[in-house]
Design a protein around this ligand. Structure first.
Ligand SMILES: CC(C)(COP(=O)(O)OP(=O)(O)OC[C@H]1O[C@@H](n2cnc3c(N)ncnc32)[C@H](O)[C@@H]1OP(=O)(O)O)[C@@H](O)C(=O)NCCC(=O)NCCS
Length: 175
């Protein structure tokens, strides 16, 4: 497996991985109408403009030339809580539990640390239990609850916090 910075050629693949991830991970959290109507074109154009921002970064994990996961990160959208933020991390379902998420997250941590970012947050649906366990395994601690609105409906989210206390190494995947 290799971890490398995302390029503009990766946007379409990343959007597809994110949509598959939403449909799988949020099937019991969000209404089917939302998940069925996720629009790849709209997401692609949002991603393209997101990617142009100098403080937003992204890594992909590749196995045998196939992108199997990605992690988006950068400056925190809630600077009162932390300097950095993990915006999104998604791994293809067939590749869960092989250490890919851990390696992607560690690469993001290292990047942030090298850029003198002292701490970071990540926000997840409060009901996304597997992701919450994953974040705790990666050294995050629950910080606070947060509301979010999607199509006029409230959802509860959990904000997790990670303080970078020392140098970390990129860990090998189990694959
Ligand atoms: C969350 C996600 C990124 C984890 O990726 P992954 O490659 O499967 O995770 P890893 O194999 O690197 O696991 C790292 C650690 O988390 C734990 N973990 C991962 N998934 C878990 C699960 N479903 N339940 C319990 N623990 C889990 C692993 O046991 C491992 O712990 P350990 O190394 O201490 O033994 C992946 O499941 C995913 O893409 N989920 C759907 C999208 C999503 O919910 N993203 C978060 C949005 S906020």
């Amino acid at each position: 497996m290799i971890i490398r910075p995302t390029t503009t050629n990766d946007h379409e693949t990343i959007v597809n991985i994110a949509i598959q991830g939403w449909r799988h991970a949020y099937a019991s959290i969000l209404p089917a109408t939302i998940l069925d109507n996720l629009d790849p074109d709209q997401r692609l154009s949002a991603r393209k403009s997101w990617f142009n921002h100098p403080e937003k970064h992204s890594f992909v994990a590749e196995i045998k030339n196939q992108i199997v996961g990605f992690c988006d990160f950068g400056i925190s959208k809630q600077p009162e809580l932390a300097e950095g933020e993990i915006y999104a991390i998604y791994v293809l379902k067939d590749f869960y539990n092989k250490g890919i998420g851990r390696v992607l997250m560690t690469a993001a941590f290292n990047f942030l640390q090298q850029n003198k970012v002292k701490d970071c947050i990540v926000v997840a649906f409060a009901e996304n239990t597997p992701a919450l366990i994953f974040y705790e395994r990666l050294g995050f601690h629950f910080k606070q609850l947060k509301d979010t609105t999607i199509e006029n409906k409230f959802y509860l989210e959990k904000v997790f916090y990670h303080n970078f206390v020392g140098p970390m190494e990129i860990l090998n995947s189990k694959d």
